[in-house]
Write a protein of this length. Sequence first.
Length: 232
Amino acid sequence: MTTGSDDRHMLLGAYVLGGLSDEDHRAFSEHLRTCRQCQSELGQVSGLPRLLDLAGPEGGPHLSTTPAPGGAPPPLVTEPDDHRLATLLTEVSRRRRRRRSWLSGIGAAAAVGVFAGGAWLGPSLFSTDPPTPPTTHVVAAAAPGSTVKIDVALVTRGWGTQLDIDCEDMPTDGEVLLWVIGRDGKESTAASWRATPSGYSRVTGATALRTNEIRSLEVRTGTGRVLASAHT
């Protein structure tokens, strides 16, 4: 697009009024699929083109100088002493007859201004982003004879607990597993992976147990040797 990715939402007004190039229209359509803010604002202003159509090329029924059906004169829009207002309405009608696209441009500019203000105020007033899930970090203590360094982040999810594991100085071959021991003493495997030549691994595991239901964690080799453990 012709603008930075952080400012794509500012093109929504031009998108609604059909003022984008084919390239920008395609790019903004892709952006709209994943931007909840733009989706919400699109629903609020999607009727703007219809309102402009209803106004008509002559400025709408309140500005039209065409006689009504049956030969009746158009309704009086001002009192005789409202000379300045009558002059303004006449000028607007003339401009709309000459160049209707001018009004569309003004509408697009106004929409961009509204969206820009919404982008500034929206995050603090109308944010719909989900809150950051509670996370607990634990550092596993290396078992005797082991030099591994392991940090585990326990992220609370609706389905249980996500376990993000960072490992250093690990064995360079064989299988490694993360075991979860519940407060009832039952054990289950939350993650398994192959050792890397560098001894560094970053793995994400999962367990149906909630954080407060986990008593401890153990990192073991495929042969069952405990490399490190941590109590939660």
